[in-house]
Design a protein around this ligand. Structure first.
Ligand code: SAH
Ligand code: SF4
Length: 331
């Protein structure tokens, strides 16, 4: 069975008929693996591929067996490759500036569909850069990963397995809007993956106007949960902050954020807003003042690469763009 695992998970083979197995295993594979049989390899059909102008970001629209379409992105940074995966078709959390949130929730992805995204980008990478391997994974595509906890964790356990894709668990980051019970579950289960929490607001009012889920798990509870997580795991927490001009980008807000995070081992990632329906306010001074306030308070703070904005690299943006075009055609 290890031979089969290596063929499917390490070599990302999609066609087992070309793999040489010893006769008993060949017989078992022929009888049990394939569409309509006990097991099948989840192949995602690529419906579109877009490259950014600098060639460093490649974005894939992938069609699932029921026709749903999700986005997967492969990014290159200083010769290292990162995959950005989707965890759901759509998202139930409704963040107002997010193209996926604006679409609403369709369904959770299975663990197989999440692993299949990794295998898809690994096959692409093997063709373009045979000497390179996929190093990092971020769950920052479509969906809220901690709302689909079991499938996401199962998929990450598979892709981090040393006999498989072997992406180090410390190189896998799970980004959450603040799904409190499952942040605690990660701590309790000793999950080896990195935690990133999307904050976007330094007061309850500021946050819940952007992140409706904050009404269920408010800012105070979320920060308390992060403190519990940090205490139990001893791990650093990454905080994400989408900078929206006139909403959450002032020096005062940065000061309040620094106070909220005091004593927590944290790193703040600033994300310039990718314009979406009704949200286009980029930060006036590019967020530099915001960054400086945090740094002065001793909190590491960097900008996330604004990579591939020309391929609609924001979460769910390409799919939303295609949906708009489709509906424009049908009316
Ligand atoms: N649901 C998870 C992970 C997917 S979103 C979460 O919210 O954390 C990944 C990150 O992209 C989040 O920090 C989210 O706030 C951010 N994001 C979503 N839409 C964006 C946009 N239009 N511009 C900039 N960042 C955006
Ligand atoms: Fe969902 Fe994350 Fe988008 Fe919010 S930002 S709607 S949680 S995908």
């Amino acid at each position: 069975m290890r031979v089969l695992w290596v063929a499917v998970q390490r070599k990302a083979s999609s066609d087992l008929s070309t793999v040489s197995f010893l006769p008993p295993l060949r017989k078992w594979v022929d009888e049990n693996v394939g569409i309509g049989k006990r097991f099948f390899i989840d192949l995602l059909e690529q419906s579109e591929e877009i490259h950014s102008k600098d060639g460093l970001t490649r974005k894939y629209l992938l069609r699932l067996t029921d026709g749903q379409v999700i986005e997967t992105v492969l990014m290159e940074y200083e010769g290292r490759f990162t995959a950005c995966l989707s965890s759901q078709a759509g998202c139930a959390m409704g963040c107002v500036f997010c193209a996926t949130g604006q679409m609403g929730f369709v369904r959770h992805l299975t663990a197989g569909e999440i692993v299949a995204q990794v295998q898809h980008v690994r096959r692409v990478l093997a063709e373009s850069h045979p000497d390179r391997r996929l190093r990092n994974i971020v769950l920052m595509g479509m969906g809220e990963p901690l709302h689909n906890y079991e499938s996401v964790m199962r998929a990450m356990d598979v892709v981090s397995h040393p006999a498989g894709a072997s992406v180090g668990s410390n190189h896998i980051a799970i980004s959450t809007v603040g799904y409190v019970p499952h942040i605690l579950r990660m701590a309790e289960e000793g999950s080896p993956y990195r935690l990133a929490v999307s904050l976007h607001g330094s007061t309850e009012e500021e946050r819940s106007s952007l992140v409706p889920m904050s009404k269920k798990w408010d800012l105070e509870t979320l920060i308390e949960t992060c403190r519990t997580y940090a205490r139990k795991t001893g791990r650093k927490i990454f905080f994400e902050w989408t900078l929206i001009g006139g909403k959450n980008d002032s020096a005062e807000t940065a000061g309040r954020l620094a106070a909220l995070l005091e004593g927590l081992d944290s790193h703040v990632n600033l994300i310039p807003l990718n314009p979406t329906n009704g949200y286009d306010g980029s930060s006036s001074n590019g967020g530099l003042e915001f960054q400086q306030v945090l740094r002065d308070a001793g909190i590491p703070c960097t900008f996330r690469q604004r990579r591939g904005i020309d391929v609609a690299a924001g979460c769910g943006m390409l799919k939303a763009d295609r949906l708009r075009k489709d509906s424009a055609v049908s009316v």
